[in-house]
Structures are given as C-alpha cells and as structure tokens.
Design a protein around this ligand. Structure first.
Ligand code: GLA
Ligand code: ZN
Length: 679
C-alpha cells in the first residue's frame, strides 16, 4: 500500500502547533521540542493561522522564522505538515480589499476579523492566496522535514457577494444551456417564478427566494463547485513547485454545507477534525456516531486517512468542557486508528496564552510541565502508536456499503414534505450503522456516485433523491446477486428534485423491491405504530410509516395499528440473483439489531471477530494480505469481558510482542486492546 506521507511513512502523532504566537518568547521552542520528544510526538501542523507573520506588510514575505522552526523540529526528528494560511486573512488585507470579505444572503458585507470567512470567488483573494502558496512551496516543499500540505483550514460556509452571484449564473448557464430548460427543470411556472434573463436569478435568501427547491439544491451544488475550485487553485499552486508532495484538507464532523465527496479527486489524503463530547458513564451511542464519521472520511479515498485534530482533554467551545475520563484518550484515539486513521493529531500542542482559545485543551499547558494527567495520557498514547507502527500498512476492507448522500440530504431537508418537524435522515442512517457497528462489521460509507461492485450488502436508507444512474447501479447490483436494504422515502424525486411519475419507489425500483409505496403516514413526536415481524417480535414504529402494496415481495412484518393494520411494513423481494429488503418505517433500535444480526450471519458478511461483542465494545478490523489487527474499544463505562476467538493474539501495549492468547479479553472502562494475527 502506498504511504500517505511518503517522506515519513509512519503513524503520525502530533498536532497543530502555533509558534508564530510565541516568536518573542525565546526558549519556548526548545521546551516544546523537549516535551514533544517526551510524548513521542513526531509531527506538527504549522502556519495554519500565520499569514500576518508570513506577510506582515503587503508583498513583504518573512519566512525566516518558519524555516528555523521547521529545521529545528526536523533536526529533532519532528516532521511538518505545512499549512497554507488562507483560512484567516491578515487584517491589513481585509481592510484594503473589502471584496475578499464575505457577503451575507441579505447583501451585507462582513467586517474584518474572524476566520474561515473569505470570499472563495474573489479574484483578488485568489491572487493573494496563489502568490503566498507559491512562495511557501518554493521555499519549503523540498525540505526533507515537510511531508504534507494542509490546505487552508476547515473550509466552510457560503458567500453571497456580487462575484459569487455572477459565478452562480455562469454555472447555471453551463448546466442548463437555456432559460427554457432552467424554467422547466425548476418548475418555475409555479407561483409565476418564470425567469426571463439570467440576471433575474439570485442566490436563495430568507428575504428573497426560498421556495424553489431546485434553486436551493443548485445553489448548494454551486457552492461546493466553487470551493472545490478554490481548493484546486491552492493545490495547483503548491503542486506546480513539487507535484510529489501530497495535499489534504481537514474536514469536519457531520458537515454538509459542502458535498465532501466532490473533493475526493482534488486531495491526495482525506483528513478530519474530531471532537466528540464524551461524558462520564456509557458513551456507546456517541462512539457509534463518531465511528460512522471516521468510516465516512476513510471511504472518500478508500484508503487510510488522517485524524488531523482532536482535543487531548476538552475544548473551550462545548457548552460544558467535560474532561476526558481516565482511559478515554486512549479509547477515542485508538477508535480513529481502528477505523483507518494513520495518525492521532491534536488541537493543539501548546495552549495559547490569550484570545479565543486560551482555555482550549492542549498537550502542553500554561503550566508547562510534563506531569499533567493530559500530558501523560498523550505520552502513553505516543508509545502505543510507536509500537503499532506497522498498522499503517493495513486498511479497512468492508463487504458492506452504507449509502449516505449529501445531495439527497439537502433535497430532503429542504423539501416541504411529510415531516417538517424533523425528517431525521442522519438518525435513520445511524440506526442502521449502529446495528452493524455493534457486530463489528466493517462498513464503507459511500454516496450515490459510489461503485457498488465488490460489496455483499448495500444499505441505502431514505434514498429520496435519485441521482442520475444510481437506480440502475442498484438494479444491477441486486440482479447480480447482491443484497440491498432500502426504506421508506425511497425514489421520490430525480436529481433536479422533480417528482418521479408512475409511483414510488421510482425509476424501476418498484420492480427491484417488489413493492409500490402508495403513501406515507407521518407521526407526531410521541405517536407510535407497531410492526409485528415474522420472528415473533413486535417493534415500535415512529415518525414515518410507508403504506405498501406488494408487487411480488413477501411481507416479513405488518403494521398492527391504525387504518393500515395488517398491511405490509417490512418486505423482501427476490430480484435476479439477489434480494432487496424494504423497511417501511423508522423502527426502534432493537429491530435493526435483530435484523442485521440475522442478515449478517445469513450473508456471512465479514466481521472483525466471530464473537458477540459486549455492550459498548467496538471491534475494528484493519488488514492487508499478510496480517490483521483488531482494535477493541470499550465505550460502555463498565468493565467488560468477551471471548477471544482462536488464532488471535493479544498485543501488549508495547506492541508486537504478542502477550499470547487466553480464551477471553477483559477491558476496563474506556480501555483499548489490540489483537493481531498472521493471515
Ligand atoms: C477547529 C479548528 C482549530 C481549532 C479547533 C478547536 O477544529 O480547525 O483551529 O479552532 O477547532 O477545537
Ligand atoms: Zn463572494
């Protein structure tokens, strides 16, 4: 497998480091290097917010301090992930060139300050960023200590300035060609919204157009396109100097302002910033939620990713800054590794002395010493990672794909539909995910652009919007022997948000699922129906209940209440060589648990371990041709013991000297243990 960072092909341990805040404090860098070595930190991310130090006055670059830092670190065995500083523009620049500041939907331009708030269309900002990125690359790309580009920081948000609006119109012109086509696809005859010139089109706004759903969808797609274009500009600037140095962008938890999958081909390495709000006690639900996010990021490139940021203790922006309970630093970090991360990186190495983040958790506290609980946790983790270095040559190779599609989410959450008080797409996705996670079944999270070949099972909940070609992929997948799970609200609209005619699920999926979904009943919060399944159990149904007519499918469960009592709620249909399940309602979690336990066994889907996992214990499998690792994390908050299947060795925290097997493994609260086997 190709290393993510070829110049330093190891598991990375480190984080954001901002020496630019300490340039007038001689001695800090020396202390920090000493502490980094003690904590087995081998890598830092530099210059993320350092533009004002890199270009103190327009056109006057000062990179000497950065060179000294990079060189000093390198001499001490610490590598650099170098950022381009476009995430925060210097005040002189935003005062001199107001057009680089963002405009709100109502037309008001932001004042200077803050961060992550530049206009991504502005030719001036692009020029400034391109010049800076080029200069940084010319000076540092070939430095042996610089292993990766960290383009900007957490790209986010939207700009509504005149330049962005004009670019949106050009994008629409390219997409639709003529106004007639646009009017027709946007269904603009409705409320007399027919546009007669491109200039009449404006981005959606609360005070303006908010009801043309295809406009909303196209705007979101355009924003993604424009930011991808900005990222490409940054990538091209640095790659022009040295194409071999890989680039990443650090993505965020559950961020769907942009469609991250469109960044897939622009970046070499996927990375993200993970800040779970762990509590005392049972954290199983939160662990499953973050496991899903790790899997989503890994699935972007279908190769290991980097955990670019996490807090060593707490953040300063949660409502309550709960510290990590003893052990949790280990469990949370190894969870990332188990799901495919080749790093554990923090925000940040040294705590800021002033301003917004002075109380944010950091490896080195204001106190400075190495005897804090946080520092010792970090150092212990550093030792573990060093011992597990070979894990970086393995990856996660699932047989199950879960389809989570951001465009589908935009469309569904925008639509005035059956449940405006909460359509709960992500919750429904997580209900399926959690049931798979509880069994230690590795899962890829793909979207409608994904390739279904090679999977045994495809789970595609609430596939409301069918993007071009996806229904055909599903059909082929099942026809050729795959198993598909679909649910209520599937196949309602095409990719331009126009309802599919001829009954739901549309585009031939009625044939695949063997059902026609005539209507969908929406329930108020607190209301319930019930589904009686052929396994003799009954499960509560909430929120949405599809009213189904069989078109060849066999009913596995029926509703037991209301005017549709006795009618099919869960079905299965044979189609070609495969089969397709349809789950008509949002059922209680026990349903998904029972359903996937049975289905997983039937299909003999790959599991990390062929044993029952105790509550809250996850099992993650990383493998290559020669060897396999299982990472067990206990998020239950209680001590747990489980069977250890034959063939697996328990590794000691020092790593690859196997402790030997017993018949069981015991995990203290928030413990993590690693198992190993040669294949
Ligand atoms: C984000 C940012 C960092 C820092 C952390 C604090 O992830 O990328 O710069 O502000 O949050 O949690
Ligand atoms: Zn703009």
């Amino acid at each position: 497998m190709k290393a993510l960072t070829p110049k330093f092909p190891h598991l990375l341990h480190g984080g954001d480091y901002n020496p630019d805040q300490w340039l007038d404090c001689p001695g800090v860098l020396e202390t920090d290097i000493q502490r980094m070595k003690e904590a087995k930190i081998n890598c830092v991310s530099l210059a993320i917010f350092a533009w004002a130090k890199l270009e103190p006055r327009e056109g006057e670059y000062d990179f000497d301090w950065l060179e000294q830092v990079i060189e000093n670190l390198y001499q001490n065995g610490i590598y650099t992930i170098l950022a381009t500083p476009s995430g925060a523009k210097p005040i002189w620049m935003s005062e001199k060139y107001p057009e680089i500041r963002r405009v709100r939907p109502n037309g008001h331009r932001d004042l200077s300050g803050g961060r992550h708030n530049h206009c991504y269309t502005s030719p001036k900002y692009r020029e400034k960023v391109r010049q800076m990125d080029t200069a940084l690359a010319q000076r540092f790309a070939k430095h042996p200590g610089v292993i990766l580009w960290h383009l900007s920081n957490e790209y986010e948000g939207e700009c509504y300035c005149p330049a962005c609006q004009a670019a949106f119109r050009r994008w629409l012109q390219e997409k639709y060609g003529t106004l007639e086509a646009l009017n027709q696809q946007w269904w603009n005859a409705f409320w007399s919204h027919t546009v007669t010139s491109w200039e009449e089109i404006h981005a959606p706004a609360a005070e303006g157009e908010g009801g043309v759903f295809t406009l909303l969808l196209d705007w979101k797609r355009f924003v993604t396109h424009q930011v991808v274009d900005f990222v490409k500009m940054e990538r091209d600037a640095v790659k022009a100097v040295d194409p071999s140095l890989p680039v990443t962008i650090n993505m965020m938890y559950d961020y769907y302002g942009y469609n991250y999958s469109k960044f897939r081909d622009v970046i070499d390495v996927a990375s993200w910033d993970s800040y779970p709000q762990w509590r005392a006690g049972d954290n199983a639900a939160l662990a499953a939620d973050f496991a899903f996010e790790h899997d989503k990021i890994r699935s972007l490139k279908k190769q290991p990713f980097l955990l670019m940021e996490s807090t060593p203790s707490a953040t300063n922006w949660w409502p309550v800054s709960r510290l990590k309970r003893p052990g949790m630093h280990l469990a949370a970090s190894m969870q990332a590794v188990g799901h495919g991360s080749n790093s554990v990186q923090y925000f940040q190495i040294r705590k800021s002395r002033g301003s917004f983040e002075k109380f944010h958790g950091a490896v080195i506290d204001h106190y400075d010493g190495n005897d804090t609980r946080v520092f010792q946790d970090v150092a212990a983790l550093g030792r573990r990672l060093e011992a597990l270095d070979q894990v970086g040559n393995t990856t996660v190779a699932p047989e199950v794909a879960l389809v989570y599609d951001v465009e589908n989410r935009w469309a569904m959450e925008n639509a005035a539909g059956p449940r405006n008080c909460g359509i709960h797409y992500r919750e429904q996705i997580l209900a399926h995910y959690r049931a798979l996670w509880e069994q230690g079944i590795p899962v890829d999270v793909i979207d409608e652009e994904g390739d279904l070949n090679g999977y045994k099972l495809v789970v595609a909940p609430m596939l409301y919007l069918l993007r071009a070609g996806f229904s055909q992929k599903l059909r082929d997948f099942v026809e050729q022997g795959g198993t598909l799970v679909g649910t209520y609200l599937t196949g309602l609209v095409n990719e331009n948000d126009l309802c599919l005619l001829g009954g739901w699920p549309g585009e031939g999926l009625q044939e695949v699922f063997g059902v026609w979904n005539e209507d969908t009943d929406a329930l108020w919060d607190g209301e319930e129906n019930q589904v009686d399944l052929d396994n003799g159990r009954s499960y509560k149904a909430k929120e949405l209940c599809a009213l189904l007519h069989g078109r060849g499918a066999q009913a596995l469960g029926v509703y037991s209440r209301d005017f549709y009592a006795g009618e099919a709620a869960v079905t299965v249909n044979r189609f070609g060589q495969g089969k397709a399940f349809y789950i008509g309602a949002f059922l209680e979690q026990d349903f998904y648990r029972d359903f996937y336990r049975k289905l997983g066994r039937e299909l003999e889907v790959k599991r990390a371990l062929a044993v029952e996992l105790p509550h809250g214990v996850e099992a993650c499998l990383r493998e290559n041709q020669e060897e396999a690792y299982v990472f067990l994390q206990n998020f239950s908050g209680a001590r747990q013991t489980m069977a250890l299947p034959a063939g697996w060795q328990l590794l000691s925290p020092q790593g690859l000297s196997p402790q030997g097997g017993g018949n069981s493994v015991t995990l203290a609260p928030y413990d993590s243990q690693t198992l190993w086997k040669r294949k």
